[in-house]
Design a protein around this ligand. Structure first.
Ligand code: GLA
Length: 379
């Protein structure tokens, strides 16, 4: 359906058939939050919701992009960071980053349609970057192996768009596989595709979009990143990844700043929780990851201080309704919560969260169950 919408937008704007359709998903991070830019571990899976790029050829050095969500098309040639603004910057950023990595990027006409909710912490921007990147690599026959693609898309976001994010989102969108969670080492970029077949165990992940307005996202994200870098500097290590759980108490005793100490504690304990979660999934003990998910939330709430009231209420309510575990997913300050539940509890948990939100006077949440979908691909 979303593929048809992209193809239709292409025909309408360019009066021709696209050469092909490429899709890339949004993501849910099962656990491992803010660990990516500390060179640690993450464990995302791909959402079934995807962004589709319908793409056709254009003369060399010319790119045009349109979408189903905004009128009009944006055309550009070779640009430098900042040259294109608005949502098209993610597309121009990918073109720039590919050139910057030494590739001859084919000219293209692009039409975008997406079913990844915008601004909900489900990586709609990475889905956009990844769909376009995969299309351009395929169309141009570029020599860019899958494992090196996320870093190129990340540079589009970091340098061209100017958001100081890590490599989690683009890795998830590009490298995830259906029915698997992606265990990624953010230092070596090595991955393990961990079995994550919830339905087989009668389980489901309920995603609850808090619909809370995202506030201070950029500034607070950058501030967390700075505190972590400060922690690593004080401890004399390249990144907080190099502090082990066993060495945490010693490390904390060497940091005077109370805020930096809390930030460090979140990252070090979160890396350990990712490793423990992976162990349990490998052993087929999915239910048992619940307490780790909840502990991750508590750590984000109290130590990393990136949750908001709506998000905390969704977690508490899901747990009170029998969820095995629940946590905020994504960068924070709003966005979505995930809850690990028995598959037949989705309606009851959703109703309870809706009621709790109504009582608190919050905007109603949106909730749906998800399975692990495929990563970026040509359709
Ligand atoms: C955002 C960033 C990611 C990651 C998460 C937090 O999604 O884009 O790189 O840092 O926040 O885990």
């Amino acid at each position: 359906m979303i593929a048809d919408a992209a193809a239709e937008a292409f025909r309408k704007e360019y009066g021709a058939e696209p050469a092909g359709l490429w899709a890339a998903p949004g993501r849910v991070n099962l656990i491992g939050e803010h660990t990516d830019y500390n060179e640690g571990f993450v464990l995302p899976f791909a959402l079934p919701q995807r962004t589709v790029a319908a793409v056709g050829p254009a003369p060399a050095g010319e790119w045009t992009v349109c979408s189903t969500f905004e009128d009009g098309a944006v055309s550009f040639g070779r640009t430098e960071p900042g040259g294109v603004t608005g949502w098209a910057a993610y597309v121009a950023g990918v073109v720039w980053a590919l050139h910057d990595a030494g590739h001859e990027v084919p000219g293209a006409r692009i039409a975008i349609a997406s079913e990844v909710p915008l601004g909900s912490g489900l990586s709609s921007s990475a889905a956009l970057e990844s769909s376009v990147l995969t299309a351009l690599v395929d169309l141009g026959g570029l020599d860019l192996p899958v494992e090196r693609r996320p870093a190129v898309a990340q540079r589009a976001e970091n340098v061209y768009v100017g958001a100081p994010t890590g490599i989690l989102d683009q890795s998830a969108s590009i490298r995830c596989q259906e029915g698997r969670a992606l265990f990624l080492d953010c230092r070596s970029y090595e991955v393990e595709q961990v079995p994550f077949d919830l339905a087989a165990e009668g389980l489901a992940i309920l995603v609850i979009n808090s619909n809370a307005p995202h506030q201070h996202v950029d500034g607070e994200y950058g501030a967390r990143r700075k505190s972590c870098e400060e922690g690593a500097r004080l401890l004399g290590v390249p990144a907080l990844r190099d502090i082990s759980g066993d060495g945490l108490d010693d490390a904390l005793a060497r940091i005077d700043d109370e805020v930096v100490r809390r930030r460090v504690r979140h990252i070090v304990t979160e890396d350990d929780r990712v490793l423990e979660t992976v162990e349990l999934l490998r052993a087929g003990r999915t239910r048992d990851i619940g307490p780790l998910l909840t502990a991750s939330h508590v750590s984000m709430r109290d130590d990393f201080e990136i949750t908001v009231e709506q998000v905390d209420l969704a977690v508490d309510t899901a747990l009170a309704e029998g969820a095995y575990g629940a946590r905020m997913t994504g960068g924070g300050f709003g966005g979505c919560v995930l809850a690990l539940i028995d598959a037949d509890r989705a309606e009851a948990v959703t109703a309870a969260v809706e009621q709790a939100y109504a009582q608190a006077g919050f905007t109603a949440p949106t909730a749906w169950t998800v399975t692990a979908g495929p990563g970026a691909t040509r359709l």
